[in-house]
Write a protein that binds this ligand. Structure first.
Ligand code: NAD
Length: 286
């Protein structure tokens, strides 16, 4: 029976570290690290996410600068705000909550961010740094996945690792981070042939497909580490992952639950990125 990787507990520990680092930064520089959060429109899920990020900032001593713009905000207005935030000295991180309303281009807005303040790690400069394996801000969910893998103590160097899902937000950057740790990475997607047999080869398996129960227990290699990034809400209201938890945990050595696995890590890594960005901006490097 697999051991559970407790994302909530790891996230709590990271928040505690970030609280100390934010306090040190404040003591050295006379101001707290600052995160601006930009929410456009009234999508209820986005509003919930952004509020939880603001609350988390307050808990660890990061100054939070909330901006809520109406649905009909124009590209020009949004870029104007980004420009203002790029220049502010008290703002070290800028988070634009996605998805944006359909008349706005997320790609254009992200490209307009000062890459040093791009705490979501989505700016082309930061993605380029990830590709090159040089220091830079990395996307939060993939960082959370790597932190959970590190906690298992399972060596990644040389290990066959399979990532299911190739999104810019999760799958692709996770594959690159695994590669940086010298895993032998296979990146799968909706057109992969015989997904089951590729998944069976994985000692380290990360699934981010957004398909409830896609990976069945009998696809999981005995003794594998399984990180389930998927968050799917069933009509009953229940949240489940992309991996069939019960059957997979009979074969895996380690597995994340959903909820309580990768989910809490994303916000914790956003907080860590904000303190990192503040240090790099004020103290130099990267
Ligand atoms: P996405 O829709 O952008 O990408 C999904 C990827 O999965 C695509 O590359 C697609 O090719 C692949 N895929 C889809 N169906 C497949 C199939 N049948 N077989 C193989 N590959 C398949 O989604 P995303 O933004 O990467 O998110 C993936 C999941 O992770 C979602 O459930 C999302 O809610 C969750 N998520 C969780 C967190 C977190 O904090 N835990 C953060 C981001 C996303």
């Amino acid at each position: 029976m697999a051991q559970l990787i407790d994302g909530k507990a790891v996230a709590r520990e990271i928040r505690e570290q970030v609280r100390n680092e934010a306090a040190e930064f404040h003591a050295r520089h006379g101001r707290a690290p600052g995160l601006a959060t930009v929410l456009v429109g009234s999508d209820p899920a986005s509003a919930t996410y952004v509020r939880s990020k603001r609350r988390a900032c307050a808990e660890v001593g990061i100054a939070s600068f909330p901006f809520e713009l109406p649905e009909e905000t124009t590209m020009r207005e949004l870029l104007g705000l980004v420009d203002e935030l790029n220049r502010r000295e008290d703002v070290h991180g800028i988070l634009v909550q996605l998805p944006l309303p359909s008349h706005l281009s997320a790609q254009t807005v992200i490209a307009a961010l000062d890459p040093r303040k791009d705490v979501d790690g989505l700016h082309p400069v930061n993605q380029g740094k990830l590709l090159q394996g040089v220091p830079g801000l990395r996307p939060c969910t993939p960082l959370g996945v790597m932190e959970l893998l590190a906690r298992t103590g399972v060596p990644l160097a040389g290990a066959p690792a399979v990532v299911v899902g190739r999104s810019t937000l999760v799958g692709k950057p996770t594959a690159l981070l695994l590669l940086e740790c010298h895993a032998t990475v296979t990146l799968c997607h909706s057109r992969t042939r015989d997904l089951a047999s590729v998944v069976r080869s994985a000692e380290v398996l990360v699934v981010a497909a957004g398909r409830p129960g896609l990976v069945r227990g009998d696809w999981v290699r005995t003794g594998a580490v399984v990180i389930d990034v998927g968050i799917n809400r069933l009509p009953s209201g229940e949240l489940i992952g992309d991996v069939d938890f019960h059957t997979a945990s009979a074969r895996a050595a380690w597995i994340t639950p959903v909820p309580g696995g990768v989910g809490p890590m994303t916000v914790a890594m956003l907080l860590r990125n904000t303190v990192q960005a503040a240090r790099w901006i004020v103290e130099g490097q990267a």
